[in-house]
Design a protein around this ligand. Structure first.
Ligand code: SF4
Ligand code: SF4
Length: 364
Protein backbone atom coordinates (compact mmCIF):
# COMPACT_ATOMS: atom_id res chain seq x y z
CA UNK A 1 0.00 0.00 0.00
CA UNK A 2 1.12 3.58 -0.69
CA UNK A 3 3.27 4.79 2.24
CA UNK A 4 1.39 8.07 2.43
CA UNK A 5 -1.90 6.29 3.27
CA UNK A 6 -0.25 4.43 6.15
CA UNK A 7 1.35 7.64 7.49
CA UNK A 8 -1.93 9.48 7.16
CA UNK A 9 -3.83 6.75 8.99
CA UNK A 10 -1.42 7.05 11.95
CA UNK A 11 -1.60 10.83 11.88
CA UNK A 12 -5.40 10.75 11.85
CA UNK A 13 -5.38 8.39 14.81
CA UNK A 14 -3.34 10.90 16.78
CA UNK A 15 -5.17 14.02 15.68
CA UNK A 16 -8.73 13.30 14.62
CA UNK A 17 -11.69 12.15 16.69
CA UNK A 18 -12.40 8.51 17.48
CA UNK A 19 -15.47 8.80 15.24
CA UNK A 20 -13.23 9.74 12.32
CA UNK A 21 -11.00 6.72 12.94
CA UNK A 22 -13.83 4.20 13.26
CA UNK A 23 -15.61 5.58 10.18
CA UNK A 24 -12.72 4.82 7.83
CA UNK A 25 -13.01 0.97 7.75
CA UNK A 26 -16.79 1.33 7.33
CA UNK A 27 -16.21 3.70 4.40
CA UNK A 28 -13.75 1.28 2.79
CA UNK A 29 -16.24 -1.57 3.11
CA UNK A 30 -19.01 0.66 1.74
CA UNK A 31 -16.82 1.57 -1.22
CA UNK A 32 -16.13 -2.07 -2.07
CA UNK A 33 -19.86 -2.87 -1.84
CA UNK A 34 -20.74 0.16 -3.99
CA UNK A 35 -18.42 -1.08 -6.72
CA UNK A 36 -19.56 -4.70 -6.56
CA UNK A 37 -23.27 -3.77 -6.61
CA UNK A 38 -22.75 -0.63 -8.75
CA UNK A 39 -24.87 1.39 -6.36
CA UNK A 40 -23.46 4.20 -4.23
CA UNK A 41 -23.61 3.33 -0.48
CA UNK A 42 -21.14 5.92 0.77
CA UNK A 43 -19.99 9.42 -0.02
CA UNK A 44 -16.62 9.64 -1.84
CA UNK A 45 -13.51 9.18 0.30
CA UNK A 46 -11.68 12.13 -1.21
CA UNK A 47 -13.03 15.39 -2.64
CA UNK A 48 -10.87 17.60 -4.82
CA UNK A 49 -11.86 21.25 -4.99
CA UNK A 50 -10.61 23.39 -7.86
CA UNK A 51 -11.00 26.97 -6.61
CA UNK A 52 -9.45 28.31 -9.82
CA UNK A 53 -8.02 27.09 -13.11
CA UNK A 54 -5.85 30.21 -13.39
CA UNK A 55 -2.13 29.51 -13.32
CA UNK A 56 1.08 31.43 -14.01
CA UNK A 57 2.79 28.36 -15.44
CA UNK A 58 2.68 26.71 -18.88
CA UNK A 59 3.56 23.09 -18.07
CA UNK A 60 3.18 20.71 -20.99
CA UNK A 61 2.10 18.00 -18.53
CA UNK A 62 -0.88 20.11 -17.40
CA UNK A 63 -4.20 18.28 -17.60
CA UNK A 64 -6.33 21.01 -16.07
CA UNK A 65 -5.37 24.39 -17.39
CA UNK A 66 -7.34 23.84 -20.62
CA UNK A 67 -10.49 23.76 -18.48
CA UNK A 68 -10.13 27.51 -17.79
CA UNK A 69 -12.84 29.69 -19.27
CA UNK A 70 -14.04 33.19 -18.64
CA UNK A 71 -17.08 32.34 -16.44
CA UNK A 72 -17.10 33.74 -12.90
CA UNK A 73 -15.47 31.57 -10.23
CA UNK A 74 -17.47 30.36 -7.23
CA UNK A 75 -17.43 32.81 -4.32
CA UNK A 76 -15.88 32.23 -0.91
CA UNK A 77 -19.29 31.57 0.62
CA UNK A 78 -20.21 29.11 -2.11
CA UNK A 79 -16.98 27.19 -1.51
CA UNK A 80 -17.63 27.24 2.25
CA UNK A 81 -21.09 25.85 1.59
CA UNK A 82 -19.50 23.04 -0.47
CA UNK A 83 -16.93 22.32 2.28
CA UNK A 84 -19.69 22.22 4.94
CA UNK A 85 -21.67 19.73 2.86
CA UNK A 86 -18.57 17.56 2.36
CA UNK A 87 -17.98 17.66 6.11
CA UNK A 88 -21.59 16.58 6.79
CA UNK A 89 -21.13 13.80 4.24
CA UNK A 90 -18.03 12.72 6.21
CA UNK A 91 -15.60 12.72 3.29
CA UNK A 92 -12.21 11.63 4.63
CA UNK A 93 -10.10 14.29 2.90
CA UNK A 94 -10.34 17.47 0.85
CA UNK A 95 -7.65 18.26 -1.66
CA UNK A 96 -7.33 21.83 -2.98
CA UNK A 97 -5.96 21.76 -6.49
CA UNK A 98 -6.00 23.91 -9.61
CA UNK A 99 -4.82 25.75 -11.71
CA UNK A 100 -2.76 27.29 -8.97
CA UNK A 101 -4.96 27.43 -5.85
CA UNK A 102 -2.78 30.06 -4.15
CA UNK A 103 -3.88 32.55 -6.83
CA UNK A 104 -7.25 32.75 -5.03
CA UNK A 105 -7.18 35.62 -2.51
CA UNK A 106 -9.43 33.66 -0.13
CA UNK A 107 -7.49 30.38 -0.27
CA UNK A 108 -6.09 30.61 3.30
CA UNK A 109 -9.60 31.29 4.59
CA UNK A 110 -10.95 28.23 2.72
CA UNK A 111 -8.12 26.00 3.95
CA UNK A 112 -8.61 27.07 7.59
CA UNK A 113 -12.35 26.57 7.22
CA UNK A 114 -11.88 23.00 5.95
CA UNK A 115 -9.24 22.18 8.53
CA UNK A 116 -11.41 23.47 11.41
CA UNK A 117 -14.17 21.10 10.26
CA UNK A 118 -11.76 18.28 11.19
CA UNK A 119 -11.40 17.11 7.58
CA UNK A 120 -7.97 15.99 6.42
CA UNK A 121 -6.94 18.99 4.29
CA UNK A 122 -4.36 18.97 1.51
CA UNK A 123 -3.16 21.46 -1.10
CA UNK A 124 -1.20 20.94 -4.33
CA UNK A 125 0.73 24.02 -5.42
CA UNK A 126 3.48 25.07 -7.82
CA UNK A 127 4.90 27.14 -4.92
CA UNK A 128 5.71 30.26 -6.97
CA UNK A 129 3.74 32.60 -4.68
CA UNK A 130 5.21 31.30 -1.45
CA UNK A 131 7.36 33.98 0.13
CA UNK A 132 8.19 33.70 3.84
CA UNK A 133 4.96 35.38 5.00
CA UNK A 134 2.68 33.27 2.78
CA UNK A 135 4.51 30.04 3.71
CA UNK A 136 3.97 30.87 7.39
CA UNK A 137 0.30 31.67 6.83
CA UNK A 138 -0.20 28.46 4.85
CA UNK A 139 1.30 26.35 7.64
CA UNK A 140 -0.71 28.23 10.28
CA UNK A 141 -3.99 27.29 8.51
CA UNK A 142 -3.68 23.91 10.24
CA UNK A 143 -3.67 21.91 7.01
CA UNK A 144 -2.40 18.34 7.08
CA UNK A 145 -0.44 18.05 3.88
CA UNK A 146 1.13 20.07 1.05
CA UNK A 147 2.51 18.88 -2.29
CA UNK A 148 4.79 20.89 -4.55
CA UNK A 149 5.72 19.86 -8.10
CA UNK A 150 9.38 19.42 -8.99
CA UNK A 151 10.31 17.57 -12.20
CA UNK A 152 14.06 18.13 -12.42
CA UNK A 153 17.12 19.30 -10.55
CA UNK A 154 18.26 21.30 -13.56
CA UNK A 155 17.22 24.91 -13.49
CA UNK A 156 17.27 25.13 -17.34
CA UNK A 157 15.08 22.06 -17.71
CA UNK A 158 12.54 23.35 -15.17
CA UNK A 159 12.35 26.65 -17.07
CA UNK A 160 11.77 24.70 -20.29
CA UNK A 161 9.09 22.49 -18.71
CA UNK A 162 7.17 25.32 -17.02
CA UNK A 163 7.88 28.28 -19.32
CA UNK A 164 8.69 30.34 -16.20
CA UNK A 165 12.00 32.12 -15.73
CA UNK A 166 13.61 31.31 -12.38
CA UNK A 167 11.04 28.56 -11.68
CA UNK A 168 13.59 26.19 -10.11
CA UNK A 169 14.64 28.78 -7.56
CA UNK A 170 11.03 29.71 -6.79
CA UNK A 171 10.12 26.05 -6.19
CA UNK A 172 13.14 25.16 -4.08
CA UNK A 173 12.78 28.40 -2.05
CA UNK A 174 9.13 27.54 -1.43
CA UNK A 175 10.10 24.08 -0.17
CA UNK A 176 12.70 25.52 2.21
CA UNK A 177 10.35 28.26 3.50
CA UNK A 178 7.57 25.74 4.17
CA UNK A 179 9.91 23.44 6.06
CA UNK A 180 11.21 26.39 8.08
CA UNK A 181 7.69 27.63 8.86
CA UNK A 182 6.62 24.15 9.93
CA UNK A 183 9.63 23.87 12.26
CA UNK A 184 9.02 27.33 13.72
CA UNK A 185 5.34 26.68 14.37
CA UNK A 186 5.98 23.09 15.55
CA UNK A 187 3.30 21.74 13.20
CA UNK A 188 3.12 18.26 11.72
CA UNK A 189 2.04 19.26 8.18
CA UNK A 190 3.39 16.66 5.70
CA UNK A 191 5.41 18.41 3.00
CA UNK A 192 5.90 16.35 -0.13
CA UNK A 193 6.97 16.63 -3.75
CA UNK A 194 5.33 15.21 -6.87
CA UNK A 195 7.48 14.44 -9.90
CA UNK A 196 6.06 13.65 -13.34
CA UNK A 197 8.36 11.16 -15.05
CA UNK A 198 9.08 10.76 -18.74
CA UNK A 199 12.07 9.81 -20.87
CA UNK A 200 13.66 13.24 -20.35
CA UNK A 201 13.92 13.10 -16.58
CA UNK A 202 13.74 9.41 -15.59
CA UNK A 203 17.51 9.15 -15.09
CA UNK A 204 17.35 12.20 -12.81
CA UNK A 205 15.26 10.44 -10.18
CA UNK A 206 18.23 9.58 -7.89
CA UNK A 207 19.37 13.23 -8.09
CA UNK A 208 15.87 14.49 -7.26
CA UNK A 209 15.73 12.14 -4.27
CA UNK A 210 19.18 13.27 -3.12
CA UNK A 211 18.10 16.92 -3.26
CA UNK A 212 14.81 16.31 -1.45
CA UNK A 213 16.54 14.33 1.30
CA UNK A 214 18.95 17.21 1.74
CA UNK A 215 16.02 19.57 2.27
CA UNK A 216 14.22 17.16 4.64
CA UNK A 217 11.08 16.61 2.53
CA UNK A 218 8.68 13.96 3.88
CA UNK A 219 7.90 12.09 0.69
CA UNK A 220 8.14 11.91 -3.09
CA UNK A 221 5.33 10.66 -5.32
CA UNK A 222 5.92 9.92 -9.00
CA UNK A 223 3.39 9.94 -11.80
CA UNK A 224 4.14 9.01 -15.41
CA UNK A 225 3.60 11.79 -17.97
CA UNK A 226 0.13 11.50 -19.53
CA UNK A 227 -0.54 13.46 -22.68
CA UNK A 228 -4.34 13.51 -22.80
CA UNK A 229 -6.47 12.76 -24.74
CA UNK A 230 -3.99 10.23 -26.21
CA UNK A 231 -2.74 9.05 -22.85
CA UNK A 232 -2.17 5.44 -23.90
CA UNK A 233 0.56 5.41 -26.50
CA UNK A 234 3.68 3.28 -26.48
CA UNK A 235 6.40 5.36 -24.92
CA UNK A 236 10.08 5.18 -25.82
CA UNK A 237 10.99 5.39 -22.12
CA UNK A 238 10.96 1.58 -21.76
CA UNK A 239 12.90 1.10 -25.02
CA UNK A 240 15.55 3.55 -23.86
CA UNK A 241 15.54 2.04 -20.35
CA UNK A 242 14.59 -1.67 -20.64
CA UNK A 243 15.21 -2.12 -16.89
CA UNK A 244 13.05 0.83 -15.88
CA UNK A 245 10.61 -1.08 -13.67
CA UNK A 246 13.39 -2.99 -11.86
CA UNK A 247 15.19 0.34 -11.40
CA UNK A 248 12.08 1.91 -9.88
CA UNK A 249 11.55 -1.08 -7.60
CA UNK A 250 15.19 -1.00 -6.51
CA UNK A 251 14.84 2.71 -5.67
CA UNK A 252 11.64 1.89 -3.79
CA UNK A 253 13.47 -0.76 -1.72
CA UNK A 254 16.38 1.51 -0.85
CA UNK A 255 14.73 4.94 -0.58
CA UNK A 256 11.94 5.22 1.99
CA UNK A 257 11.22 8.70 0.58
CA UNK A 258 9.50 7.21 -2.49
CA UNK A 259 5.81 7.03 -1.56
CA UNK A 260 4.35 4.98 -4.44
CA UNK A 261 3.58 1.37 -3.65
CA UNK A 262 5.60 -1.39 -5.35
CA UNK A 263 2.36 -2.70 -6.92
CA UNK A 264 1.71 0.68 -8.50
CA UNK A 265 5.28 0.92 -9.84
CA UNK A 266 4.93 -2.56 -11.39
CA UNK A 267 1.76 -1.43 -13.21
CA UNK A 268 3.74 1.26 -15.02
CA UNK A 269 5.22 -1.33 -17.41
CA UNK A 270 1.72 -1.55 -18.94
CA UNK A 271 1.42 2.23 -19.16
CA UNK A 272 4.74 2.69 -20.94
CA UNK A 273 3.78 -0.13 -23.33
CA UNK A 274 0.68 1.90 -24.22
CA UNK A 275 -1.66 -0.72 -22.71
CA UNK A 276 -4.96 0.14 -20.99
CA UNK A 277 -5.01 0.07 -17.18
CA UNK A 278 -5.29 -3.65 -16.28
CA UNK A 279 -7.42 -3.14 -13.12
CA UNK A 280 -10.80 -1.54 -12.42
CA UNK A 281 -10.60 2.19 -11.74
CA UNK A 282 -12.70 3.13 -8.71
CA UNK A 283 -12.30 6.91 -9.10
CA UNK A 284 -16.04 7.37 -9.72
CA UNK A 285 -16.82 6.01 -6.24
CA UNK A 286 -13.67 6.91 -4.28
CA UNK A 287 -13.20 10.50 -5.50
CA UNK A 288 -15.23 13.49 -6.57
CA UNK A 289 -14.07 16.74 -8.15
CA UNK A 290 -15.94 20.03 -7.76
CA UNK A 291 -14.60 22.92 -9.75
CA UNK A 292 -14.99 26.66 -9.58
CA UNK A 293 -17.63 26.61 -12.33
CA UNK A 294 -19.92 24.44 -10.13
CA UNK A 295 -19.20 21.29 -12.13
CA UNK A 296 -19.03 17.92 -10.40
CA UNK A 297 -17.15 15.04 -12.06
CA UNK A 298 -15.19 11.93 -11.06
CA UNK A 299 -11.51 12.59 -11.81
CA UNK A 300 -9.15 15.36 -12.90
CA UNK A 301 -8.76 13.91 -16.40
CA UNK A 302 -12.43 13.38 -17.12
CA UNK A 303 -12.91 16.46 -19.30
CA UNK A 304 -9.74 15.78 -21.28
CA UNK A 305 -11.36 12.48 -22.27
CA UNK A 306 -14.60 14.19 -23.29
CA UNK A 307 -16.52 12.97 -20.20
CA UNK A 308 -19.71 14.65 -19.00
CA UNK A 309 -20.09 16.52 -15.70
CA UNK A 310 -23.02 17.63 -13.56
CA UNK A 311 -23.71 21.30 -12.88
CA UNK A 312 -24.41 21.98 -9.20
CA UNK A 313 -27.20 24.50 -9.84
CA UNK A 314 -28.41 24.52 -6.24
CA UNK A 315 -24.96 23.58 -4.88
CA UNK A 316 -26.51 20.33 -3.67
CA UNK A 317 -23.79 17.67 -3.75
CA UNK A 318 -25.92 14.77 -2.46
CA UNK A 319 -28.57 15.41 -5.10
CA UNK A 320 -25.96 15.50 -7.86
CA UNK A 321 -24.25 12.29 -6.67
CA UNK A 322 -27.61 10.52 -6.48
CA UNK A 323 -28.80 11.62 -9.93
CA UNK A 324 -29.29 9.19 -12.80
CA UNK A 325 -26.75 11.06 -14.90
CA UNK A 326 -24.06 10.71 -12.22
CA UNK A 327 -24.90 7.04 -11.77
CA UNK A 328 -24.22 6.59 -15.48
CA UNK A 329 -20.98 8.57 -15.18
CA UNK A 330 -19.69 6.42 -12.28
CA UNK A 331 -20.50 3.22 -14.17
CA UNK A 332 -18.48 4.55 -17.09
CA UNK A 333 -15.49 5.19 -14.82
CA UNK A 334 -15.48 1.50 -13.85
CA UNK A 335 -14.90 0.69 -17.53
CA UNK A 336 -12.39 3.51 -18.08
CA UNK A 337 -8.79 2.32 -18.51
CA UNK A 338 -7.28 5.59 -19.75
CA UNK A 339 -4.84 6.62 -17.04
CA UNK A 340 -2.44 5.44 -14.38
CA UNK A 341 -2.58 8.64 -12.29
CA UNK A 342 -1.21 7.73 -8.88
CA UNK A 343 -3.90 9.10 -6.55
CA UNK A 344 -6.75 7.23 -8.26
CA UNK A 345 -4.91 4.06 -9.12
CA UNK A 346 -3.31 3.56 -5.68
CA UNK A 347 -6.81 3.71 -4.15
CA UNK A 348 -8.09 1.26 -6.76
CA UNK A 349 -5.17 -1.09 -6.03
CA UNK A 350 -6.20 -1.36 -2.36
CA UNK A 351 -9.45 -2.95 -3.48
CA UNK A 352 -8.14 -4.93 -6.45
CA UNK A 353 -7.45 -8.19 -4.51
CA UNK A 354 -11.05 -8.20 -3.22
CA UNK A 355 -12.61 -7.08 -6.48
CA UNK A 356 -10.62 -9.58 -8.53
CA UNK A 357 -12.72 -12.27 -6.78
CA UNK A 358 -15.69 -10.75 -8.63
CA UNK A 359 -14.00 -9.36 -11.74
CA UNK A 360 -11.07 -10.58 -13.75
CA UNK A 361 -7.94 -8.51 -13.09
CA UNK A 362 -4.56 -8.68 -14.87
CA UNK A 363 -2.58 -6.38 -12.65
CA UNK A 364 0.69 -8.40 -12.60
S1 SF4 B 1 1.54 24.46 -12.31
FE1 SF4 B 1 -0.07 22.89 -12.33
S2 SF4 B 1 -1.93 23.95 -13.02
FE2 SF4 B 1 -0.19 25.27 -13.53
S3 SF4 B 1 0.32 24.76 -15.65
FE3 SF4 B 1 1.63 23.50 -14.33
S4 SF4 B 1 0.50 21.56 -14.05
FE4 SF4 B 1 -0.95 23.11 -14.84
S1 SF4 C 1 -8.81 5.54 -15.46
FE1 SF4 C 1 -10.04 6.40 -13.75
S2 SF4 C 1 -8.90 8.20 -13.03
FE2 SF4 C 1 -8.13 7.66 -15.08
S3 SF4 C 1 -9.30 8.88 -16.53
FE3 SF4 C 1 -10.36 6.93 -16.32
S4 SF4 C 1 -11.89 7.23 -14.67
FE4 SF4 C 1 -10.40 8.91 -14.56
Amino acid sequence: MRKKYINLAFKCMKKKSLGYIFRQPVKLLGLALSVILQKRFISPLIATLIPTYRCQSFCRKCVKKNSYHASPEMSTNEFKNIISQLSEMKVSAIDFSGGEPLLRDDIMDLLSFASKKGIFTHISTNGYLLDRKKAETLISCGIDSINISLDSTSSDKIEQLTGIKGAFLKITDAIKLLLEARGKQKKTTEIGVVTVLDEDNFDELPKIIFLLKKYGIDGLTVNPLHLFPNSLIKNSISEKNPGIISDLLRIKRTEPLLENSARYLKLLKHFWNGEPLPIKCLAGYSHVIIDTYKRLFPCLHWHELGGESIILHELNIRKALGSDLYRRITRKTLQCRSCYWNCYIETSLIFDPLLSLFYKSKSD
